[in-house]
Write a protein that binds this ligand. Structure first.
Ligand code: MUC
Ligand code: MG
Length: 374
């Protein structure tokens, strides 16, 4: 008999970061992971994660809203449903719940994890099969201080942990950001690929100037230089700037990806399971991009290990021109899984055990879980 969904639990898990992480819209000192566990009638459990950045400063769902949506909307919709048909479950969810892609991603991940365990297969196999089981991972230099960023980058290059860095810019004056980037390219650029993420901070005029200068100084990839509301400017930049433009906040679903491509965008897409609704759903966007000749990049919402591994299973099935940024667990002071991922030689290895291939450490989970008031 087919197992059904019996129980869905969720926790808000607050884990401090190893240093302040400065983006154009917020500075993070702590990351809140929304961890989900689905228990099936056959006793098999699947886990998932929905994680956003800086409360409501980055995305439209807060951690608290994600948990509330799971408790009050996803759980009644899924309880008692057969678990062996992800497409049927996704259709059921999408016909009843608009948006809420972070919550959808955690649920889709947990269903895949459970099904993988039931079938004895890794999630990547359920998604069609891994092309690569070792994936490149960059690190983000975002301490907010140029000298500290250079020292951090040099140490990580010496340790061999990363071969590419993304700089978070956009919070300061354009000139200051360009000086900061130039200093880092000069210090690290002959040993590493340097990319920048502006997180929508520039208007179209600043972006035209900023991107030209970034291209001239040897930056390899320029992420979301303009607002997600101004795709016309993003498309112009992708056509005129020699350095590749990466769309992040501008592209969440395959519908967004199709529209941007149709309007003439020719850079790359930052894929994120949280933007698209899960590790299976995000592949639709990847396939639209492939058909349009747009490059692929495995993106993060700075998830912990559960969300990171879920993303890696999806990214492993794709030819990624720009690698991944799945370093989220390394930004956190502690982990809530029993066997953390290992990052070496600029890469991370995809777990091969059934399901996601990682298990929650119950003690750590309870230690970091936010204590809810009755
Ligand atoms: C983003 O916008 O890309 C990814 C890496 C990082 O440092 O921030 C995130 C969000
Ligand atoms: Mg980004």
């Amino acid at each position: 008999m087919t197992a059904t969904v019996e129980r869905i639990e969720s926790w808000l898990v607050d884990v401090p970061t190893i240093r302040p992480h400065k983006l154009s819209m917020t500075t993070m000192g702590c990351q809140t992971l929304v961890i989900v566990r689905i228990t099936r009638s056959d006793g098999i459990c699947g886990i998932g994660e929905a994680t956003t950045i800086g409360g409501l400063s980055y995305g439209v769902e807060s951690p608290e809203a994600i948990q509330s949506a799971i408790t009050h909307y996803f759980t009644p919709l899924l309880r008692g449903q057969p678990t062996d048909n992800l497409n049927a479950l996704t259709a059921r969810i999408n016909s009843a719940i608009k948006g809420n892609t972070f919550a959808k991603s955690a649920i889709e991940t947990a269903l895949l994890d459970a099904q993988g365990k039931a079938l004895g297969l890794p999630v990547s196999t359920l998604l069609g099969g891994a092309l690569n089981t070792v994936l490149p991972v960059l690190w983000t230099l975002a301490s907010g201080n140029t000298d500290n960023d250079i020292a951090e980058g040099q140490r990580l290059l010496d340790e061999g942990r990363h071969r590419a860095f993304k700089l978070k810019i956009g919070a300061r004056e354009l000139e200051t950001d360009l000086r900061h980037t130039r200093a880092i390219v000069e210090a690290l650029g002959d040993r590493a690929s340097i990319r920048v993420d502006v997180n929508q901070a520039w208007d179209a005029t600043s972006a035209a100037r900023g991107c030209r200068e970034l291209a001239a100084m040897g930056v390899d990839l320029i992420e979301q230089p303009v607002s997600a509301e101004d795709n016309a400017a993003l498309i112009r930049l992708s056509q005129r700037i020699e350095t590749a433009i990466l769309a992040d906040e501008s592209v969440a679903s395959h519908f967004d990806g199709y529209r941007l491509a149709q309007q003439g965008f020719n850079g790359a897409y930052a894929l994120k399971i949280a933007k698209a609704g899960g590790p299976a759903s995000v592949l639709k966007l990847a396939h639209v991009a492939q058909a349009a000749g747009i490059g692929l990049y495995g993106g993060t919402m700075l998830e912990g290990t559960v969300g990171t591994v879920a993303s890696l299973h999806a990214w492993s099935t794709l030819p990624l021109q720009w690698g991944t940024e799945m370093f989220g667990p390394l930004l956190l002071k502690d982990d809530i899984v029993s066997l953390p991922l290992s990052f070496t030689d600029g890469c991370v290895a995809l777990p091969q055990a059934p399901g996601l291939g990682v298990e929650l450490d119950e003690e750590k989970l309870q230690f970091y879980a936010r204590k809810q008031r009755e």
